[in-house]
Design a protein around this ligand. Sequence first.
Ligand SMILES: [Zn+2]
Length: 441
Amino acid sequence: MISITLDRCEIKENQEACESFVEAIDAMAQDIFSEPGISLSDAESRVFEGFRLIRQKFLELFLSHQANEEPSEPVDCPKCGQVCRRRYKRERRITTLCGVIRVERWVYGCAAGHYHVLWDDKQKLIGQWTHRVAEAMCRLAARLNFREAAEELSYQGIKVSHETLHQILDEMSAGVNIPEQVETQKLEENQRWYVRCDGCRTNSPDGWKEVQAGCVYRDYPLPPDSSGAISRARTTSIRYVASREGVSYFGKELSKLAINSGIYQEDIDTQEIVFLGDGAPWIWNIAKEDFPNAVQIVDHMHATSHLYNVAKVAFGETETEAIDTWIKETEPLLYDGNITAIASNIRALATQHPEVSEVLEREARYYEKHAKRPQYKAFREKGYQIGSGVIESACKHVVGQRCPQAAMRWKKPGINAVLKMRCLLKNGGWNKYWYPDAKAA
Ligand SMILES: [Zn+2]
């Protein structure tokens, strides 16, 4: 019915153990084949569980063999340099992807009383967890909340409390450097760079706090169609950065991300850079400082929302007809970039509604301040993106889907750790961080 043979086992002294694996597989086969009507679900779970035990035992066998092979001659004490001799063996439990295993390792000691387990030092263990288990934990905790991630891990045979998960994520995120862990891209012909940022609200023990999120990408402008309409530019290879470390830290990270992604790495004069944001002053400070030659655009939706605000303040929220009429008159002026006309329209409203003139004057100044940024008609003619969709979806992907649930009250290190891991995943930098020495396939 089924035949499994063991021809050769490299680990001679473990011949017996290796044969026991074959026996275990054989027993499993007998068990299933002796029940021809077994359901798929039962067969699946018995095979899964059977091989889980074999995997676990096999890894334990191999690692115990390896740990036993540590040199019997003295080594230099890593702490004081004195002679450090092999003293005794001690068992330790390690949680691996194959389950919890026990490994006996040699403990070395020097005359100064320093003790070392050389085998452990080589394994990059994180407490009782292997590097791969820590990676699996961080991957899940980056995507799901800590409780859900702990549940999923438990389903895979890794028992961990959500508090420990939190700690491991914090610890492992310390070495993450988002701008360093991206691949450089090359700007192809007819492409341009985009840099965008925005603030997202997240909850903390002291109330709502802003997380800064940003992204860098290239577009492929499409030629106008037969009617002359300009097609929407496509977006490619988005790289993200997000943190609650403050605006000045974020600005530096965004600038480094842009440079490492490829901006400014070649001839600056041939690179077109478009910087988009809403009206927040910190955004435009970053644009001025780090992207001085970028075309600056206030996104269309944001600029339009200020027109709605003006109309609602002047006419009252319920006066929808008056609001619509005024918006219909003024919106084309915004699209054409006629800021002088918009400001004068708003000031005319302020004269008619002196009770709200202060707010209206502030709105008029908002448009004057961003005068060069909402030149939408001209921007569209050049094929620039003017909408807020890309950054809104960036905020949602990187921050929103994991962080802002009202019940989550994030402390700064916790949210920064999660954001780093999420950006790492989304930027394609995951393996570069977790396996920096791995050769590309
Ligand atoms: Zn020593």
